[in-house]
Ligand binder design. Structure first.
Ligand code: S3P
Length: 170
């Protein structure tokens, strides 16, 4: 059974872009956990957070990980909070190899600093909030990851590196 390629990392680390490139290059199905939840719940993430709360969204993520662990040979791009829960990471790793896209806070800020679709970043002290959240999360991403890939380089480069690693271990 072909293992899934699972991308994890902070918001703005390039998971969606790299995921699309990987799917195109490898001819595989792409599943984005955020898009999966939006479709299932029939409302944007910002509304799920506002109307149902973050805990509800996190429960959706856990359910999605259970469903996706049954698939094989897919590219799975996860939301920035998905693999923080050990339970979720354990599920997705049943048939997936997890790659952490590693970027620093400055790169994230320049990529998504003006984005309004991410509820966790809608604050005045965005830079401090982002840096605090990132320093709390990095150890958890590292715990979930099988491989860490530098994502401060162009997406096609990240994509190539992931394919090389994947091919060498599967
Ligand atoms: C979140 C990241 C978002 C989305 C939600 C929560 C997080 O996904 O799942 O806004 O907790 O980091 P991206 O990482 O794709 O932005």
């Amino acid at each position: 059974m072909k293992k899934n390629i699972v991308l994890c990392g902070f918001m703005g680390s390039g998971k969606s872009t790299v995921g699309k490139l990987l799917a195109e290059k490898m001819g595989r199905r792409l599943i984005d956990t955020d898009a999966y939840i939006v479709k299932k719940e029939n409302m944007p993430i910002s509304r799920i957070f506002a109307e149902k709360g973050e805990e509800y969204f996190r429960a959706c993520e856990t359910q999605v990980c259970k469903e996706l662990s049954l698939l094989s040979g897919c590219i799975i791009s996860t939301g920035g909070g998905t693999l923080l829960r050990e339970e979720n990471a354990a599920e997705i790793k049943k048939n997936g190899i997890v790659f952490l896209l590693d970027v620093d806070a400055d790169a994230v800020l320049s990529r998504i600093g003006n984005d309004t679709s991410r509820p966790l970043l809608q604050r005045e002290d965005k830079e401090t909030a982002l840096k605090t959240l990132m320093s709390q999360r990095m150890p958890l991403y590292n715990r979930a990851a099988d491989y860490v890939v530098n994502a401060a380089v162009p997406p096609w480069h990240v994509c190539g590196r992931i394919i090389d690693i994947y091919n060498s271990v599967s």
